[in-house]
Structure formats: structure tokens, C-alpha cells
Design a protein around this ligand. Structure first.
Ligand SMILES: Cc1ncc(COP(=O)(O)O)c(C=O)c1O
Length: 378
């Protein structure tokens, strides 16, 4: 389908082509020098001691849970208004995700009060998600974690470049996890990054990423190692050099692209309040600096969302939903019904939310087309 305005678009050009070509010509394709450079540049950008590149953010989340020592009998508090990978990463370890509600219809992130209400003597960690690139209330969440001796993990898939109190999201907790999937603010097609200031955690994450082995093919190629031991039950979550090369170029473009997303978001807010005041645009409160990953709106309660989205399609505008709530998916529903209550705000927001197009190359005029289509589709 060819959209007049697609939901998202990548910013790829000759620099990305040149970076990949250079790797292909170098004849070293998996984790090596380029990956080390990408990790160092990413660590510098977010202000963290260790950045560890992996195949995708789902792998990053899984490793974060494993390295945190989570396992059967443990509970991890997560939002339900997220992509299913957040909760699945907890499940992979045998631990149980416990779903907390969000703050409000304005701030769609996990609520500190709801987190407190979910704590039991089995709770080991809180895994937050910075929805759309907007910050969770990290000072409050870290306070809860300190009082109850809990680990804090950050799913920062949406939040590359976002900040709160001058500190990048993904660096507030014990481990941050970022995604470079195709629709993210910077992309390598598939890809992800772990971030931590803890030397021991970083060492374990590096070993877990590559089969639990104590040396890499790259070390042996360099003549730094002849053999290896296997000291942990690891995985193959390595990234390749082509993706790391793309990541380095995309990271350089990120600040300007995030800036453009912020401008477009401001324009959406002005035009929607003028032309479609029935629609609520969340994240009005001022809290930190978002990287504006997506543009969520809430339709008036009770409106037929599918009809609205079909109306947008007639205008050639692609829309999406972020997200069907995880606790209502078949794989989680039965267990959750036995232990948990309803999540009223999550369920209300999940029923009313529609995501509008947002990407750096979008023109002001296209925002206007989208908002006029919203006005008509309502
Ligand atoms: C909130 C969230 N967490 C995790 C992921 C998983 O990321 P990846 O596709 O890199 O595995 C995504 C991807 O869309 C996401 O949006």
C-alpha cells in the first residue's frame, strides 16, 4: 500500500550505504572493531560506562533479566501498556510479570502508586518503559526501589536521546535496554544496546551475549587468545559489523532528527487543539526532554476506533495502535485474571489510543494534512 503519509520513515542515504560497503570490503563481518567503536560512541552519547551491542532490544531485555538473577518464584513489576517483548523478557527467565497501571490519561507511563500496590515479598525488580520517549517518574520509582531493595531495569526502546533532570533515559536504573528496530529513532534494521555503570554486570552481559564464552572470534583473529572457556549458560545475541556501522552513522544523525520530531510534535499540538479539540494529545505536562518516538492521541471515549482509522486510510494516512494491553493477550490473560485486578487507566487508554505519523523528514504541510484528516474522520 502506498500511503500519502506513512506512519514512520527511516533517514537512510549515501552515508549509510558507504558505511556498510566499507564493512563488506573489510571482510570482517561479525562483532569486531566497528562494534567496539559503536559501543564507545553510544556510551559517550548516553553518558554511561558500559554500552553492549546486541541483536535486538528483546535480547537486551532478556539478558538484563538474566544478569539481574531473575528466575522462577520472582516477580517483576511491568506496565501492561507496552510492546509484548517487555513482559516476555521476564517470562523467559521463569519469573512472573506483574502488571501495574499507568499514571493518567495525560502521562501514559507506569505509575509509582500502582507499583507500590503491586509489591509482595516475591518482588525482585521493576522494569519500566518510557512510552513514546517520555520519561517515567524515575526519582519516585528509584525511591520505591531503594525502600524495598528492588532492581530497576529500563526498557528504553522508545527513548534514545530522551533525558530527565539532565540524565539520559536508560541510565537511571541498573541496566537500560535500547532498540534499533526499523521504526525507531535511530535504526540498524534489527539491533539493540545494553547500558550499565556496573562493571560486574557489564562483564556478565558481555559473556552472556556470546554463548558464555570467555573470548570472541575477534580476540582470536587479533591473536589475543587461542582458546576459551564457557563459564555461563549464554546465548548468541551478537550484533554484526554492518549493523554497527549503520548505528554509528545513525547516532550522528540522531540529535538533529530528535529535534525535528520535537518541532513536528509542537505543530501537531497547536493544530489539533485548534482543529480537533475533541481529541486528547497526551504528555502535555512538562517533564524532561522527550525524543518523541511516536505521536499518540486519545479519541473521545466510546468512539469507534476502527472506523476512525479506516477514515484516515481513505485520506492516505497510515495510523497504528500503541498498544493492545499485554495483560489482555491470550498468553497472559488467564494467569492475570487469577492474580490481578483490572487496570482501569491502561484499559481506557488502550481502547482510545491511535498513533499518528511522525518521522524527521515529515513536512509541516503533511502534519496539516494529517490533522485535517483527523478532523474529517472524527
Ligand atoms: C517498548 C518496546 N520494548 C521492546 C521492544 C523490542 O525491541 P526489538 O524489536 O529491538 O526486539 C520494542 C520494539 O518495538 C518496544 O517498542
Amino acid at each position: 500500500m502506498s500511503w500519502r503519509v506513512p506512519l514512520a520513515d527511516i533517514d537512510f542515504g549515501s552515508e549509510e550505504e558507504a558505511a556498510v560497503t566499507e564493512v563488506v570490503r573489510s571482510r570482517w563481518l561479525s562483532m569486531g572493531e566497528i562494534t567496539q567503536q559503536f559501543e564507545a560512541e553510544f556510551a559517550d552519547f548516553v553518558g554511561i560506562k558500559h554500552a553492549i551491542a546486541v541483536t535486538n532490544a528483546t535480547a537486551a531485555l532478556h539478558l538484563a533479566c538474566v544478569a539481574s538473577g531473575l528466575g522462577p518464584g520472582d516477580e517483576v513489576i511491568v506496565p501492561s501498556l507496552t510492546f509484548v517483548a517487555t513482559a516476555n523478557a521476564v517470562r523467559y527467565t521463569g519469573a512472573v510479570p506483574v502488571f501495574a497501571d499507568v499514571e493518567s490519561t495525560d502521562w501514559l507511563n507506569i505509575s509509582p502508586a500502582s507499583i507500590e500496590a503491586c509489591i509482595t515479598d516475591r518482588t525482585r525488580a521493576i522494569l519500566v518503559v518510557h512510552y513514546g520517549g517520555f520519561s517515567c517518574n524515575m526519582p519516585a520509582i528509584k525511591g520505591i526501589a531503594r525502600r524495598h531493595n528492588l532492581i530497576v531495569l529500563e526498557d528504553s526502546a522508545h527513548a534514545i536521546g530522551s533525558e530527565l533532570d539532565g540524565r539520559k533515559l536508560g541510565t537511571w536504573g541498573h541496566i537500560g535496554c535500547y532498540s534499533f528496530f526499523s521504526n525507531k529513532n535511530m535504526t540498524t534494521g534489527e539491533g539493540g544496546m545494553l547500558a550499565t555503570n556496573d562493571d560486574a554486570l557489564a562483564e556478565r552481559l558481555r559473556i552472556l551475549r556470546s554463548h558464555g564464552m570467555t573470548s570472541l572470534s575477534w580476540d582470536r583473529h587479533q591473536g589475543h587468545a587461542w582458546s576459551y572457556d564457557v563459564v555461563d549458560l549464554g546465548y548468541n545475541y551478537r550484533i554484526d559489523e554492518m549493523r554497527s556501522a549503520l548505528g554509528r552513522v545513525q547516532l550522528r544523525k540522531l540529535p538533529a532528527n530528535n529535534q525535528r520530531r520535537a518541532e513536528l510534535t509542537r505543530l501537531y499540538r497547536d493544530l489539533l487543539s485548534e482543529l480537533a479539540p475533541q481529541v486528547k494529545m497526551p504528555f502535555e505536562e512538562k517533564r524532561g526532554t522527550s525524543c518523541h518516538h511516536i505521536l499518540p492521541i486519545l479519541l473521545p471515549a466510546g468512539m469507534d476506533r476502527i472506523r476512525f482509522m479506516e477514515g484516515m486510510k481513505v485520506h492516505g494516512i497510515q495510523t497504528s495502535i500503541h498498544y493492545p494491553p499485554v495483560h489482555q493477550f491470550q498468553i497472559y490473560r488467564d494467569e492475570w485474571e487469577k492474580r490481578g485486578g483490572p487496570l482501569p487507566l491502561t484499559e481506557e487508554i488502550a481502547a482510545r489510543e491511535v498513533t499518528l505519523p511522525l518521522y524527521p523528514a515529515m513536512q509541516d504541510e503533511q502534519v496539516e494534512w494529517v490533522v485535517r484528516a483527523v478532523q474529517e474522520s472524527l
